[in-house]
Design a protein around this ligand. Structure first.
Ligand code: COD
Ligand code: ZN
Length: 364
């Protein structure tokens, strides 16, 4: 099967999709909405492995334009979400009910699809793909394992957040931590991902949800999505773990780090109950950073859990999350503070840098 060669394709002057002989098991799609995530900026800054020149963007929704030979799970016209964490269905992670970190994920930032090619060029030279996707573009090409069909009624300008930030945070609470009703949760970092953790804690029935951020402007929104209290560590004279222990009568069951800093990862670990507490790592510090921590923090019984993409098996679980959104189980609108035309992408990044708003969604 060929990538579409329709004349109507709005190709930019400098980028073109490569042609058909490399298109097996891949899907070409039109991106209609894409969110700007902090991880895109991590790649720009060199804090996350990516091969340059690159088309960034990994949180999106669109419509399939054409499919490669052997593709069976999507067809032209389907509404879809590209998967920055693929699900091949065959690797050791995919076949285990508890694993979701597919071995086909582009963790080292090779910037190519599974056949070793990128599908973009600029003036005849390759431009690399990002996180198995690349969504800051009118059209992209992804492997079949990196796309999932969603409900035809889904509003793409909302459910694009299910492609990364929302699912990452919500799943950390619902699937990875499995927050229990009546529990006390603490969320470090109140960006789009941290707010989604709060939403997950709330849906799971937590009775107390404490948000932590150095930007107090984030507190209002955090409370709107379910935080019962918020704290700015800059206002404290004692370590945050001690303050939380006192505030909660030593009952913090779950903590989540949604910032991606070594110091706050340790703070979050130290802040959950010393014997039955669970701390979930959602943020990822720059690849050059190592952690140093007191093993006594774990010796007493705490559980420290990693979490990628909320623990969801992407291809299977994202359509269910979209249906849950349509059933009003959670509200994505609260996370979207800015909607801009795709051409204003730089303005969107400026909003991220200024810490203004939560998520900017770019629409084509
Ligand atoms: N203490 C408290 N809050 C802080 C601190 C601090 N020391 N430093 C920053 N913050 C707050 C900021 O004010 C901000 O409100 C929040 O932390 C972070 O929010 P955003 O909007 O910058 O980031 P998100 O929510 O879009 O993303 C957070 C991640 C943790 C996902 C991201 O930064 C990250 O670590 N990415 C790498 C991991 C990854 O790839 N995840 C999955 C795919 S995105
Ligand atoms: Zn992301």
């Amino acid at each position: 099967m060929l990538l579409s060669t329709r004349q109507s394709r709005p190709q930019s002057e400098n980028f073109s999709l490569l042609n058909q002989e490399r298109s097996n098991m891949s899907t070409s799609g039109k991106i209609l909405a894409t969110g700007i995530c902090r991880t895109d900026d991590h790649a720009i800054k060199g804090d996350l492995a990516a091969k340059f020149p690159v088309i960034l963007g990994h949180e999106a929704a669109g419509i399939v334009e054409s499919i490669g030979e052997g593709v069976t799970t999507v067809k032209p016209g389907d509404k879809v979400i590209p998967l920055c964490l693929p699900q091949c269905g065959q690797c050791s992670s995919c076949i285990n009910p508890n694993g979701n970190f597919c071995e086909k994920a582009d963790i080292t930032g090779k910037g190519v699809l599974s056949d070793g090619t990128s599908r973009f060029t600029c003036r005849g030279k390759p431009v690399y793909q990002f996180s198995s996707t690349s969504t800051f573009t009118e059209f992209t090409v992804v492997d079949e394992i990196a796309i999932t069909k969603i409900d035809a009624d889904a509003p793409l300008e909302k459910v694009c957040l299910i492609g990364c930030g929302f699912s990452t945070g919500y799943g950390a609470a619902m699937k990875t931590a499995k927050v229990t009703p009546g529990s006390t949760c603490v969320v470090f970092g109140l960006g789009g991902v941290g707010l989604s953790v709060i939403m997950g804690c709330k849906v799971a029935g937590a009775s107390r949800i404490i948000g932590i951020d150095i930007n107090k402007d984030k507190f209002e929104k955090a409370k709107a999505v379910g935080a019962t209290e918020c704290i700015n560590p800059k206002d404290l004279t004692k370590p945050i773990s001690e303050v939380l222990k006192e505030m909660t009568d030593n009952s913090v069951g779950y903590t989540f780090e949604a910032i991606g800093r070594p110091e706050t990862l340790i703070d979050a670990l130290a802040s959950c109950h010393m014997s039955y507490g669970t701390s979930v790592i959602v943020g990822l510090p720059p690849s050059s950073k190592m952690l140093t921590y007191d093993p006594m923090l774990l010796f007493t019984g705490r559980t420290w859990k990693g979490c990628t993409f909320g623990g969801w098996k992407s291809k299977d679980d994202l359509p269910i999350l979209v249906s849950d959104y349509l059933a009003k189980k959670f509200d994505l609108d609260q996370l979207i503070t800015h909607v801009l035309p795709f051409t204003k992408i730089k303005e969107g990044f400026d909003l991220l840098y200024k810490g203004e708003g939560i998520r900017t969604v770019l629409v084509m």
